[in-house]
Design a protein around this ligand. Structure first.
Ligand code: GAR
Length: 200
């Protein structure tokens, strides 16, 4: 079974959805580690409740981003992690991790990219008064939410929609779409062929 590390900075509801799918067997994966850059984040409590190991690591404790990522990388290598899954990890991935996991880092973003990249994508969509927004899952490159798109799902913004109601709709989609896409990426037939090609 392939091994993943999930990176989160906040609540960790996507992390939990992935873990629950893995427990239910709809997603066949070994979640080897939660990496959290925010000590005290609820994602860490969830890891404990789910019985998943957590690496809580503060970038401020390292002289550089490269040193911080090298520390994470060492742990990922130790655990032989195949793929990195960003789930609300609010930090750009640097060259250290990008080079080591080239084509093997994915992210989920709460908008229909390329619209509304970066922080507060839900607020940005409401501010722009667009009729729809959504969720995008994409490969990670050096940019901010710019890598090749793997999957997306749209959601209507209803008249009178609030931030809370829109966030709820978006998270409902995220929690089903992410495990589904990960299963396809990690164990799907077509992807498995590509995976083998890139590994050998
Ligand atoms: C999710 O909605 C995710 O799409 C978003 O952060 C939230 C994390 O929620 N990510 C980004 O905005 C990345 N640019 P969670 O911690 O409950 O999974």
């Amino acid at each position: 079974m392939k091994k993943i590390a999930v990176f989160a900075s906040g609540s960790g509801s996507n992390f939990q959805a992935i873990a629950v799918a893995a427990q239910a067997g709809t997603l066949n994966v070994d979640i080897s580690l939660l990496v959290c850059d925010k000590p005290g984040a609820f994602a860490v409590d969830r890891a404990e409740m789910l019985g998943i190991a957590a690496l809580v690591i503060s970038p401020k404790s390292y002289p550089s981003k490269a040193a911080y990522e090298a520390e994470i990388l060492q742990k990922l290598a130790e655990l032989e992690v195949d793929m990195v899954v960003l789930a609300g990890y609010m930090r750009l991935i640097g060259p250290t991790l990008l080079q080591a996991y080239e084509g093997k880092i994915v992210n989920i973003h709460p908008s229909l990219l390329p619209a509304f990249p970066g922080k507060d994508a839900i607020g940005q969509a409401l501010e722009a008064e667009v009729g729809k927004t959504g969720v995008t899952i994409h490969y990670v490159d050096e940019g901010m939410d710019t890598g090749p798109i793997i999957a997306s799902e749209a959601v209507e913004i209803a008249p009178g929609e609030t931030r809370e109601s829109l966030q709820k709709k978006i998270q409902r989609i995220e929690h089903s779409l992410y495990p589904e896409v990960l299963e396809e990426l990690l164990n799907g037939e077509e992807e498995a062929v590509q995976w083998e090609k890139s590994v050998h």
